[in-house]
Design a protein around this ligand. Structure first.
Ligand code: SF4
Length: 160
């Protein structure tokens, strides 16, 4: 099961370049980032995220063209199935993972992948010294687009 925190759901413009993303915070995070921005997301909290819930969230936020999973929880099979559902309704799908690397199925299931734990000494995505990377995946080929965050003065993304 994948759970999200309904009250944190929001439309974001900066987390995925050129996309209007509906972002959901996924709980039961298995990461261990030093300086974690949301330690409560390591807990088993929130409500189940299902295809029907995704449909409702998208319908309630007309105009979004990307669905962003902020975290991946601890049920990869369900997460991948939810990602496939997002694509089936015509949206792109993105994942902010705190892991250094993900399994091959993730590279196929997502159009955008952010990898790497948050390290305060390296800074967030909009810091040129960041250890984190955002990839755009087109026809199975990942392109590192992290530098997009460095070109224009952005406010700090909510999730880094
Ligand atoms: S991935 Fe996010 S929620 Fe999980 S430990 Fe890292 S900063 Fe915290």
């Amino acid at each position: 099961m994948i759970k999200y925190v309904p009250e944190m759901t929001s439309v974001v413009l900066e987390e995925i370049p050129d996309r209007v993303s509906l972002a959901v915070d996924i709980s039961s995070c298995r990461g261990n980032c030093v300086g974690c921005h949301s330690p409560f997301l390591k807990l088993d909290i929130g409500e189940e995220l299902t295809p029907a819930v995704i449909d409702r969230l998208v319908a309630d936020n007309f105009g979004v063209n990307c669905f962003l999973f902020l975290g991946e929880g601890q049920d990869p099979e369900t997460l991948l199935a939810l990602a496939a559902h997002v694509r089936s309704i015509g949206l792109q799908v993105a994942l902010y993972s705190g892991r250094e690397e993900v399994e091959p199925a993730f590279w196929e299931a997502f159009d955008y992948l952010k990898l790497g734990p948050y390290r305060p000494e390296c800074g967030p995505l909009n810091s040129p010294t960041t250890n984190q990377r955002l990839y755009k995946i087109t026809d199975g080929k990942p392109e590192d687009i992290t530098a997009r965050f460095w070109r224009v003065p952005l406010s700090t993304p909510r999730y880094v």
